[in-house]
Ligand binder design. Structure first.
Ligand code: LER
Ligand code: MN
Length: 268
C-alpha cells in the first residue's frame, strides 16, 4: 500500500495538516516511520525553493503523490467563487502556479477550500458557473503536463459548495475534463455520506486521491470508522493511488502518524 501523510511547507492555521514546522526534520521523521510518500500542503509556490524541496524529498526516499492548495484560502482568502473578479483571477493563477511543482513530483493538484463558499448576496448558480469555468481553465492548463486535478467534497461546516460525493460527481460531469476527478476524505464522508462504502463505489475510477482520518479527525483507529471495510471497498474499485493521512496532530504528530501507519499496514 502506498502511504503518505500531510506536511505543510509553510506556517498554517489548518489544524489537520499533520506535520508543520522544521521541514527537513519532519521529512526524515516521516520516512523513518515507514511512509513512502509525503503530501505537501503549499500555500504559495513562489515562497518555496523547488529544487531544494525536491532534493530533500528525494534524500528521504519519499514520493509526493499530491499537492494541497487550500492554504491560499485559509491564509489569504483566495477563491474561485469570490464575488470580486480580481480575487477569482488570483485564485486561478495561484492554482496554475502549482503546475511546475506538481509536474516535478508527478503529483495530483488538490482543489479543496480554494473553491470557496457561496458568500451572502451571491447567487448559488452564479457561484457554480464561476467554479466550473475556473476548473476548466485550470484543467486545460494542467493537461499538457500530464497532470490531474482532484476536487475534494468537504463537509458543510467548512464550505457550502460541494459537500457530498454525488455533488462532486455532478461537477466532474459538468466540467467535462478527462484530467478532473475527486479526492475523497473519510472525515468529510463520515459527516456527509449516507453510506461511505456505497459512495466510494459510485465514484470508482474518478477517485484520484484519498485522505484518511477517523470520525473525530484523529488518526485512523482513534475513532469509530471501519477502515478495513472502507479500504477493501476502495481497492475493489481498482484504485491504485495513495492513502494519505490528514489528521490532527493528536496526541502529537509523531504518535498519530505512527499509529495510523500501524493500523493501515495491519489491515491493508
Ligand atoms: C483538506 O484536505 C480538507 O480536508 C479540508 O477539510 C480543508 O479544511
Ligand atoms: Mn482532506
Amino acid at each position: 500500500m502506498n502511504l503518505s501523510v500531510v506536511l505543510s511547507t509553510q506556517p498554517a492555521q489548518f489544524q489537520a495538516a499533520t506535520f508543520k514546522g522544521d521541514l527537513a526534520a519532519n521529512l526524515a521523521r516521516i520516512a523513518s516511520f515507514g511512509y513512502n510518500g509525503v503530501e505537501l500542503a503549499i500555500r504559495d509556490p513562489r515562497r518555496i525553493d523547488l529544487d531544494a524541496l525536491a532534493e530533500l524529498v528525494q534524500q528521504n526516499g519519499l514520493c509526493v503523490p499530491a499537492i494541497g492548495t487550500g492554504q491560499a484560502w485559509g491564509e489569504e482568502g483566495l477563491s474561485f467563487t469570490n464575488p470580486q473578479p480580481a480575487i477569482r483571477r488570483e485564485a486561478i493563477e495561484r492554482i496554475k502556479s502549482h503546475i511546475p511543482v506538481a509536474a516535478r513530483f508527478r503529483a495530483v493538484i488538490i482543489i479543496g477550500l480554494i473553491r470557496g463558499i457561496v458568500k451572502p448576496g451571491v447567487d448559488a448558480h452564479q457561484a457554480m458557473d464561476w467554479l466550473v469555468a475556473a476548473l476548466r481553465e485550470c484543467c486545460e492548463a494542467a493537461r499538457p503536463h500530464g497532470l490531474r486535478l482532484a476536487l475534494e467534497p468537504i463537509n458543510r461546516y467548512e464550505t457550502t459548495l460541494i459537500n457530498r460525493t454525488d455533488q462532486g460527481l455532478e461537477l466532474v460531469e459538468q466540467v467535462g475534463a478527462d484530467n478532473f476527478g475527486l479526492l475523497l476524505d473519510t472525515f468529510h464522508m463520515n459527516i456527509e455520506e449516507p453510506e461511505i462504502e456505497e459512495s466510494i463505489r459510485a465514484c470508482a475510477e474518478r477517485i484520484y486521491h484519498f485522505h484518511v482520518a477517523d470520525s473525530n479527525r484523529w488518526y485512523p483507529g482513534a475513532g469509530h470508522l471501519d477502515f478495513k471495510s472502507i479500504l477493501n471497498t476502495l481497492f475493489a474499485t481498482g484504485y491504485e493511488g495513495w492513502i494519505s493521512g490528514e489528521f490532527l496532530p493528536q496526541p502529537d504528530a509523531e504518535t498519530a502518524a505512527q499509529r495510523s501507519l500501524d493500523l493501515l499496514q495491519r489491515i491493508g
